[in-house]
Design a binder for this molecule. Structure first.
Ligand SMILES: [Ca+2]
Ligand SMILES: [Ca+2]
Length: 147
Protein backbone atom coordinates (compact mmCIF):
# COMPACT_ATOMS: atom_id res chain seq x y z
CA UNK A 1 0.00 0.00 0.00
CA UNK A 2 1.27 3.44 -0.83
CA UNK A 3 0.80 6.18 1.70
CA UNK A 4 0.53 9.72 0.49
CA UNK A 5 1.05 12.90 2.44
CA UNK A 6 -2.07 14.71 3.49
CA UNK A 7 -2.57 17.86 1.55
CA UNK A 8 -3.91 21.11 2.95
CA UNK A 9 -6.99 20.77 0.79
CA UNK A 10 -9.54 18.10 -0.10
CA UNK A 11 -8.27 14.54 0.20
CA UNK A 12 -9.47 10.95 0.03
CA UNK A 13 -10.37 9.97 3.58
CA UNK A 14 -11.92 6.54 3.27
CA UNK A 15 -12.64 3.90 0.63
CA UNK A 16 -15.20 1.11 0.93
CA UNK A 17 -14.38 -0.94 -2.19
CA UNK A 18 -16.71 -3.95 -2.02
CA UNK A 19 -20.37 -3.59 -1.07
CA UNK A 20 -22.01 -6.64 0.42
CA UNK A 21 -25.18 -6.88 2.48
CA UNK A 22 -25.39 -3.24 3.44
CA UNK A 23 -27.47 -0.84 1.35
CA UNK A 24 -24.99 2.01 1.77
CA UNK A 25 -26.80 4.59 -0.35
CA UNK A 26 -30.16 3.63 1.16
CA UNK A 27 -31.92 3.26 -2.18
CA UNK A 28 -33.53 0.00 -1.08
CA UNK A 29 -31.10 -2.38 -2.76
CA UNK A 30 -27.74 -3.67 -1.52
CA UNK A 31 -25.70 -3.92 -4.70
CA UNK A 32 -22.11 -3.62 -5.98
CA UNK A 33 -22.70 0.02 -6.96
CA UNK A 34 -23.05 0.87 -3.25
CA UNK A 35 -19.24 0.85 -2.91
CA UNK A 36 -18.10 4.34 -1.96
CA UNK A 37 -15.32 6.83 -1.53
CA UNK A 38 -15.35 9.53 1.14
CA UNK A 39 -13.59 12.84 0.60
CA UNK A 40 -12.78 15.30 3.36
CA UNK A 41 -12.27 19.05 3.37
CA UNK A 42 -9.97 19.90 6.31
CA UNK A 43 -10.05 23.65 5.65
CA UNK A 44 -12.27 26.34 7.15
CA UNK A 45 -13.75 27.23 3.77
CA UNK A 46 -16.36 25.59 1.59
CA UNK A 47 -14.60 24.39 -1.56
CA UNK A 48 -16.01 23.88 -5.03
CA UNK A 49 -15.14 20.62 -6.71
CA UNK A 50 -16.02 21.97 -10.13
CA UNK A 51 -13.50 20.56 -12.64
CA UNK A 52 -12.18 18.10 -10.10
CA UNK A 53 -11.87 14.52 -11.24
CA UNK A 54 -11.92 11.24 -9.36
CA UNK A 55 -10.25 8.55 -11.42
CA UNK A 56 -8.94 5.04 -11.26
CA UNK A 57 -5.68 4.44 -13.00
CA UNK A 58 -5.45 0.76 -13.71
CA UNK A 59 -5.61 -1.40 -16.76
CA UNK A 60 -7.88 1.18 -18.29
CA UNK A 61 -8.29 4.81 -17.43
CA UNK A 62 -11.59 5.67 -15.75
CA UNK A 63 -12.61 9.11 -14.67
CA UNK A 64 -15.51 10.90 -13.02
CA UNK A 65 -15.84 14.65 -13.26
CA UNK A 66 -17.76 16.21 -10.37
CA UNK A 67 -20.94 18.05 -11.35
CA UNK A 68 -20.39 21.86 -11.52
CA UNK A 69 -22.38 22.68 -8.39
CA UNK A 70 -20.49 20.22 -6.19
CA UNK A 71 -19.33 21.88 -2.97
CA UNK A 72 -17.65 20.30 0.02
CA UNK A 73 -18.32 22.11 3.29
CA UNK A 74 -15.63 23.22 5.78
CA UNK A 75 -14.51 20.15 7.77
CA UNK A 76 -17.14 18.39 5.69
CA UNK A 77 -17.36 15.05 3.95
CA UNK A 78 -18.52 14.15 0.49
CA UNK A 79 -19.39 10.56 -0.37
CA UNK A 80 -19.47 9.32 -3.96
CA UNK A 81 -20.76 5.85 -4.74
CA UNK A 82 -19.36 3.56 -7.35
CA UNK A 83 -22.70 3.80 -9.14
CA UNK A 84 -22.65 7.62 -9.26
CA UNK A 85 -19.05 7.80 -10.38
CA UNK A 86 -19.39 4.80 -12.71
CA UNK A 87 -16.05 3.72 -11.31
CA UNK A 88 -14.95 0.43 -9.75
CA UNK A 89 -13.05 0.97 -6.50
CA UNK A 90 -11.35 -2.42 -6.28
CA UNK A 91 -8.26 -2.26 -8.43
CA UNK A 92 -5.65 0.22 -9.55
CA UNK A 93 -4.81 3.60 -8.14
CA UNK A 94 -7.61 5.94 -7.09
CA UNK A 95 -6.66 9.55 -7.73
CA UNK A 96 -8.21 12.91 -6.97
CA UNK A 97 -7.09 15.69 -9.24
CA UNK A 98 -7.95 19.18 -10.36
CA UNK A 99 -6.81 19.79 -13.93
CA UNK A 100 -3.27 18.48 -14.02
CA UNK A 101 -2.70 18.81 -10.28
CA UNK A 102 -2.84 15.56 -8.36
CA UNK A 103 -4.21 16.18 -4.87
CA UNK A 104 -4.36 12.68 -3.52
CA UNK A 105 -4.00 9.04 -4.49
CA UNK A 106 -4.40 5.68 -2.87
CA UNK A 107 -3.72 2.16 -4.06
CA UNK A 108 -7.01 0.27 -4.07
CA UNK A 109 -7.32 -3.10 -2.38
CA UNK A 110 -9.97 -5.77 -2.52
CA UNK A 111 -11.27 -6.03 1.02
CA UNK A 112 -13.95 -8.18 2.54
CA UNK A 113 -17.41 -6.87 1.72
CA UNK A 114 -18.57 -3.86 3.73
CA UNK A 115 -15.08 -3.12 5.10
CA UNK A 116 -13.14 0.02 4.44
CA UNK A 117 -9.71 1.56 4.18
CA UNK A 118 -9.55 4.53 6.52
CA UNK A 119 -7.04 7.28 7.02
CA UNK A 120 -6.00 7.73 10.62
CA UNK A 121 -5.20 11.07 12.23
CA UNK A 122 -1.61 10.85 10.96
CA UNK A 123 -2.75 10.25 7.38
CA UNK A 124 -1.78 6.58 7.29
CA UNK A 125 -4.18 4.10 5.72
CA UNK A 126 -5.70 1.54 8.08
CA UNK A 127 -7.53 -1.67 7.29
CA UNK A 128 -9.99 -3.19 9.71
CA UNK A 129 -11.60 -0.03 10.99
CA UNK A 130 -15.38 0.01 10.83
CA UNK A 131 -16.71 1.98 7.87
CA UNK A 132 -17.84 5.48 8.84
CA UNK A 133 -19.68 6.84 5.85
CA UNK A 134 -19.82 10.62 5.93
CA UNK A 135 -18.27 10.98 9.39
CA UNK A 136 -14.78 10.98 10.87
CA UNK A 137 -12.84 7.75 10.90
CA UNK A 138 -12.57 5.90 14.16
CA UNK A 139 -10.19 3.17 15.28
CA UNK A 140 -12.05 0.00 16.38
CA UNK A 141 -11.72 0.67 20.12
CA UNK A 142 -13.10 4.18 19.82
CA UNK A 143 -15.96 2.95 17.63
CA UNK A 144 -16.85 0.40 20.31
CA UNK A 145 -16.93 3.05 23.02
CA UNK A 146 -19.19 5.25 20.92
CA UNK A 147 -21.94 2.64 20.85
CA1 LIG B 1 -28.06 0.69 -2.62
CA1 LIG C 1 -15.31 8.13 7.38
Amino acid sequence: MITTTLTSTVYINEVMPVAGRIDWDKDGVAEPGDAWVELYNPTDEALSLEWWVLEVEGIEQYGYRFPPATVIQPQGYLVITSEEAELPFVEGRLRLRHDAVLFDAVELLVLEADRSLSRDAAGEWQEGWLPTLGTHNLPPAAAGRAR
